[in-house]
Design a protein around this ligand. Structure first.
Ligand code: MRU
Length: 351
């Protein structure tokens, strides 16, 4: 389905409530769903209405804001309890993308600063902060895009995995933001979108975004990556991230690690594009990153169709960890660091 306005808003605040593109239905249908409570917002994150680390962070911020608005006329005690409940339910929605916890912490810090004042003033401040995080994310992605685009040669054939596009952020995207910025800088780029089993973010979302923007995109199943690299059909890999440990080990969509190993085997640069909010300095290395395990039904079939026999055992980790040693460079809003390590990552925060 072609959408008239290419500047699709992954999430938006409208008429006092949060609206999200229902990414479960793309690319066949394009529609928004509304969230009027923190509970509904958490359910939307858990149920993959919205996904992608930065988009999850912004959504959680609005999820707390929506709850604050609901209780803006309540007593201070009632308001505080409702907000605490909101933080808890949102934090329990998905475990891997650290942007979720980063956003909740910022909202909670705002609450702590404002709780000696009036409830309506605090509710307004929380909504302002959520809006600020939303617009900041777009700016951050554009900055990342500018830095990353310099690494992309004219004519580059870029492989990406999962969807790290406008749909995974407040807009522009991280990995796809680099690709968009390279195109905007006049480079003739093309994309190989890995389909991204089992949830098909590559086939459904990345392919859709690229088709909307008329950036040439070729869909490949995940198990074609090595073959395409061996044939010399991939110049560079750019992916996003859900959580980056202090040493640069990077959790991203399941299958990313395989692509990184293959890229190293074939001498192809492998870049991770992610904002500083995706870096978790509290986790020393990738072994400490919590990996979400999702429902078996995502592997045994799709949208009501089952292809695996009843009784089969299933594994469904949603993410894997690519060791820092396989990463050519980390593209952030503060610039690019080559061969990321703990010292370079810590220095990024001082830039
Ligand atoms: O399970 P998802 O769809 O939320 O996983 C998303 C990814 O793995 C993305 O690559 C990552 O969040 C980066 S998004 C800019």
């Amino acid at each position: 389905m072609q959408v008239e306005n290419l500047n699709v808003e992954t999430l938006r605040w409208r008429d006092g409530r949060l609206e999200l593109i229902d990414q479960r239905r793309l690319p066949l249908e394009f529609e928004y769903v509304a969230c009027e409570t923190a509970e509904q917002t958490a359910a939307a994150i858990r149920g993959m209405v919205v996904r992608g680390a930065p988009a999850i962070g912004c959504t959680a911020a609005y999820g707390a804001a929506v709850e604050a608005q609901r209780h803006a006329a309540a007593s201070r005690q009632h308001f505080d309890a409702a907000l605490e409940g909101a933080f808890e339910v949102l934090a329990a929605s998905r475990p891997t993308a650290v942007n979720l916890f980063w956003a909740i912490k910022r909202m909670r810090d705002c609450h702590v600063r404002m709780r000696d004042g009036t409830v309506p003033a605090e509710a307004a401040a929380l909504l302002d902060l959520a809006r600020q995080m939303h617009s900041d994310d777009v700016e951050i992605n554009r900055a990342m895009g500018r830095h990353g685009a310099a690494l992309i040669a004219d004519g580059a054939r870029i492989m990406t995995h999962c969807n790290a596009g406008a749909l995974a952020t407040a807009g522009h995207g991280t990995a796809l933001g680099v690709i968009r910025s390279a195109r905007d800088a006049g480079k003739h780029v093309s994309v190989i979108a890995n389909e991204t089993r089992p949830y098909l973010q590559g086939a459904r979302l990345t392919a859709w975004e690229m088709v909307q923007e008329k950036i040439p995109v070729t869909l490949a199943t995940d198990n074609m990556a090595g073959h395409l690299m061996q044939l010399g059909r991939v110049d560079v890999v750019v992916v996003g991230a859900d959580r980056i440990a202090a040493n640069g080990d990077t959790a991203n969509k399941i299958g990313t690690y395989t692509v990184a190993v293959l890229a190293r085997r074939h001498g192809i640069p492998f870049y991770v594009a992610a904002p500083l909010s995706t870096i978790d300095l509290a986790i020393a290395d990738g072994s400490g990153i919590p990996i979400e395990q999702r429902d078996a039904s995502e592997v045994t079939g799709f949208r009501g169709m089952r292809w695996a026999p009843e009784g089969v055992l299933v594994v469904n980790p949603a993410f894997d960890v690519t060791p820092a040693e396989l990463i050519t460079g980390l593209i952030t809003e503060k610039g690019v660091i080559e061969r990321p390590d703990a010292a370079k990552i810590v220095a990024l925060f001082g830039r």
